[in-house]
Design a protein around this ligand. Structure first.
Ligand code: ACO
Length: 373
């Protein structure tokens, strides 16, 4: 029988710097009242100069491994979901692999905008269900503040930075990720995008001057789309898992706008009390919002082993999706594993040694290439 993919570890990394609505109102023509009324957001976190998508992802990853009682070398696969990766390439997941010293793990990035974490969770879970992997790390990490035009009041009020990670582990015990609904509609490509920096519009002084490296959004259209798909995807995921909505204890939606979550609750005829909402303090952290909200739910004691929950989200692409998960918690017994900082140090030494060996090999073998290579 196929093994089940359980969520056994979790962690977040949240930048310290808080930017309030009042501070934004000093930069663009808006008010705290307007932002709170239309979005439910009061403040968001913004990465410091030293924090990047990879550094936040690494922090969250090490915390998640500690909860799961796993070592980095136990990992088979690392998936980072991000719309604000460290580079176009290499993948941010490879940087995380190196920084935690996950010596046996494959690593790749996945781009499905704010739905990315649900996509990554399901891809990771399916590699476990197929028997290919035993331990998978799934991370959502964003520094969208670096792609935000702080003069555009239509977008700069919305986004925030942060990261969240889950460890997925194989187990014969039924539970874990029970269903996946992943959808897309690329005809909405123009509704939410960062147009420049890719192959369609390579970076140039013109693209920078015209602000094409910033997030562009048709807020009203995205809002309409989001309110339509959130309830629909939740229903489809519940049906696929054969779990009636009444038996779902908690819904953890993508945190983009409180009004979108309220509309989903109305559409499903489910009380808002059964939703986790923390958009007030973080804004829209894109692909990191679902794991961050999950970690808050755990800290608040709202999520217990055996609970059945729905993750549901939407984003650029357009993409949307949902999953029903039976919550497990750690499955490995508590064991003495080194603290996260020691992994960082060891991983750094390992990385330096690998770089040194590569240089030495270059020096030794470089002159042996046949002429004309
Ligand atoms: N402050 C004050 N007024 C504003 C602001 C602002 N920050 N922004 C827009 N307005 C004005 C508009 O100019 C407009 O004025 P007008 O009527 O004179 O033209 C008026 O307010 C209403 O504008 P709307 O765009 O209709 O406002 P709306 O209620 O739709 O709220 C918002 C805008 C918050 C952006 C909303 O549309 C929204 O949340 N959309 C979804 C966005 C989203 O979730 N994006 C992330 C997707 S996930 C991902 O993949 C990254």
């Amino acid at each position: 029988m196929s093994p089940y993919a359980h969520i056994t570890g979790w962690g977040t990394s949240i930048p310290e710097k808080v930017v309030t609505n009042e501070e934004i109102a000093k930069m663009v023509d808006t008010t705290d009242d307007w932002i709170r009324e239309r979005t439910g957001i009061r403040e968001r976190r913004v990465a410091s100069r030293d924090e990047t998508t990879a550094s936040l992802a690494t922090d969250a990853a090490l915390k998640a491994l500690e909860v799961a009682n796993l070592r980095p070398e136990d990992l088979d696969l690392i998936i980072v979901s991000s719309s604000s990766p460290e580079y176009i390439f290499p993948a941010t997941a490879c940087l995380v692999q190196d920084r935690i010293g996950a010596s046996k793990a494959g690593a790749f990035d996945l781009l499905a905008a704010c739905t990315g974490f649900i996509y990554a969770l399901n891809v990771g879970a399916q590699t476990i269900r197929s028997g290919m992997n035993k331990n998978v790390l799934v991370i959502g990490s964003e520094t969208l503040s670096r792609f935000t035009n702080w003069k555009d009041r239509g977008t700069c009020i919305l986004f925030g930075d942060g990261a969240g990670a889950f460890v997925l582990q194989a187990s014969e015990e039924p539970g874990g990720v029970l269903s996946s609904v992943l959808r897309s509609d690329g005809s909405g490509e123009n509704l939410l995008s960062i147009p420049a920096g890719g192959s369609f519009m390579p970076a140039s002084s013109e693209t920078v001057k015209d602000g094409h490296h910033y997030i562009q959004m048709n807020g009203r259209e995205v809002f309409r789309f989001a309110t339509r798909v959130m309830a629909q995807a939740t229903r489809e995921a519940a049906e696929a898992a054969q779990v009636p909505l009444e038996e779902i204890q908690l819904i953890i939606p993508h945190q983009a706008n409180r009004r979108i979550i309220e509309a989903a609750a109305r559409g499903l005829d489910i009380s808002l009390d059964r939703f986790i909402i923390n958009v007030e303090h973080y804004g829209n952290t894109s692909t990191a919002s679902i794991p961050i909200a999950t970690c808050e739910a755990i800290d608040q004691g709202r999520l217990k082993s055996g609970d059945r929950i729905v993750f549901v989200g939407f984003g650029a692409g357009l993409t949307w999706g949902a999953s029903v998960v039976q919550w497990s918690g750690p499955i490995l017994p508590k064991r003495r594993i080194p603290p996260p900082f020691s992994y960082r140090i060891w991983a750094r030494i390992r990385s330096l040694l690998l770089r040194l060996v590569r240089r030495m090999e270059g020096l030794i073998w470089g002159s042996h290439y046949p002429d004309g290579w």
